[in-house]
Design a protein around this ligand. Structure first.
Ligand code: G6P
Length: 491
């Protein structure tokens, strides 16, 4: 954090993402500020606080326009401003085509192998191109120098790096792809595969969470683009310009904001049980996700059901609380998934809920970070069962929340996080029996073993925190810049 603070303050740093870190919403005649459920925002926000600069994002809140100045900017965090948020306004057609359509019905299922078919429409693509250009123009306008450091975030902006490179040839463009990158065969079904890859190759560095995603990207470039691919150095040269492809596993702020850990664990335990009408000594498992079909929420509920089938002694003594933040709900696949989640929970509750406490409590509503942390701190276990996930920061947040060194993480092998956290109980979410066995193990695990595992995981997350993630990318970019200057001088 100190390095970022020292090295980057005053530098021309611009972050671009679709999702904004603070959303202003009308609530009666008041304006409320929401923190969105987004791993991207969770990770980037502390970085921006440390280095200031400008964050450009889509202004999607109902009261967003009421809070900006005449340059469409607002200083955030509210009450304790550290950086500028510049909002971009999009029409309803643009949001439908670029965000819901191409990004979330096309690229999202394309990159997550979760057996939901991607949908590609040329109308959505046209909006995607136009919105990428609109954000690129905004970056150019906001840049104070001819060589700003631009941090482009995620699959909403695959074309932006090349657009930016054309306008600002000396910019350092670091693009981070927060979701998986599939193998070339899977990627091949995208009608605009070449354009997407070429767009990304406008970056100085393209980052992914895992080596597999880096390799898949390089394989995709090799398959579809006439470029020089250096597999050993993991770089691609196109038209004399080099793009590095690197693994940077994302992480979270460490230590977490003080307020998140302010309430003692014992108090969280008591209050959460009381609030949910559960007895004081009741065992609780927790799931925290956006309501998204990639998160394996149905599979998670089936695992809880299997636990009750195999270990009936838990009936009435264990409840799984699922917090599901409403997400992208105007997309058909999300709506029908929501119905299935509700029905599955109801069915399991009917089957095993006779003796008092329900097996599953499902809360489909937005929760602020401090509320989520109370659940993390109150639970015996946290279950992350993603069918495919770039990293999954819920796993790391649960660890950060447990300064009492207790609690068990049950973690899908298909998350980036599983590669860093072998002390979690690693499971295949498609295997209900294996997941149920892990839940049982978690529920009976001696405290000493819980502590040993939690200590190791806390050690890893504290060391490889989000400042290190950003620091490593920026160091690589700086040495690229130095090398480039040396070459220019010698020519
Ligand atoms: C994933 C994506 C982020 C996105 C987040 C929330 O983590 O990688 O880019 O912000 O989901 O989704 P939403 O569509 O609500 O921004």
């Amino acid at each position: 954090r100190t390095i970022l603070h020292g090295e980057l303050r005053g530098e021309d740093v611009i972050v671009v993402s679709n999702r904004e870190p603070y959303i202003h919403q009308h609530s009666g005649d008041k304006i409320e500020v929401q923190r969105p459920a987004s791993g991207l925002v969770t990770a980037l926000e502390p970085i921006m606080r440390a280095c200031s600069g400008i964050w450009i994002a889509h202004g999607g809140g109902t009261a967003d326009r009421d809070t900006v100045d005449r340059n469409d900017r607002v200083a955030v965090p509210p009450g304790n401003p550290a950086y500028q948020l510049r909002r971009i306004w999009l029409s309803e057609e643009q949001v439908n085509g670029y965000y819901y359509g191409f990004a979330n019905e096309g690229l999202w299922p394309l990159c997550h192998i979760a057996h939901v078919r991607p949908t590609f429409r040329s109308g959505d693509w046209a909006h995607y191109v136009a919105v990428n250009q609109k954000f690129a123009d905004a970056v150019v306008k906001e840049a104070k120098t001819k060589d700003p450091i631009v941090l482009v975030q995620d699959y909403h902006f695959a074309l932006l790096p090349r657009m930016l490179r054309e306008a600002l040839p000396d910019a350092t463009i670091i693009t981070f792809w927060h979701i998986p990158w599939p193998n070339p065969e899977s990627f091949a079904i995208c009608p605009w595969r070449e354009e997407i890859v070429l767009g990304l190759l406008g970056s100085s560095i393209v980052g992914f969470h895992t080596q597999i995603h880096c390799n898949n990207f390089v394989d995709t470039v090799d398959r579809f683009i006439e470029a020089r691919v250096d597999r050993e150095a993991l770089g691609v040269t196109l038209g004399g310009k080099k793009t590095l492809v690197r693994r940077y596993p994302i992480s979270i702020d460490w230590p977490p904001e003080k307020e998140l850990l302010a309430k003692p664990v014992e108090q969280c335990r008591a209050e959460i049980r009381q609030k949910n009408h559960l007895p004081a000594n009741h065992a609780i498992g927790i799931g925290i996700d956006r309501l998204d079909y990639t998160k394996g929420i149905i599979e998670r509920f089936r695992a809880v059901e299997r636990l009750f089938e195999l270990n009936p002694e838990w009936i009435g003594r264990f409840t799984f609380v699922q917090i599901a933040a409403p997400s992208r709900s105007s997309i058909f696949e999300y709506k029908s998934h929501e119905t299935l989640v509700i029905e599955t929970a109801a069915q399991i509750n009917q089957r095993f809920g006779g003796r008092g406490a329900p097996p599953i409590i499902l809360k489909i509503e937005h929760h602020e970070p401090w509320q989520v942390y109370e659940y993390y701190r109150a639970a015996e276990l946290c279950f992350v069962s993603s069918l495919h996930d770039g990293m999954n920061l819920v796993a790391k947040e649960f660890i950060a929340a447990r300064d009492d060194q207790r609690g068990i993480l049950v973690l899908s092998q298909f998350t980036g996080a599983a590669r860093e956290l072998p002390e979690a109980l690693i499971v295949n979410p498609y295997d209900a029996d294996q997941c149920a066995a892990a839940l049982q193990l978690a529920l009976v695990m001696p405290l000493t073993e819980q502590r040993d595992r939690m200590r190791l995981m806390r050690g890893l997350v504290s060391e490889f925190n989000v400042y290190r993630w950003a620091g490593r990318m920026l160091l690589d970019a700086a040495s690229m810049r130095r090398r480039l200057h040396l070459v220019e001088k010698s020519e």
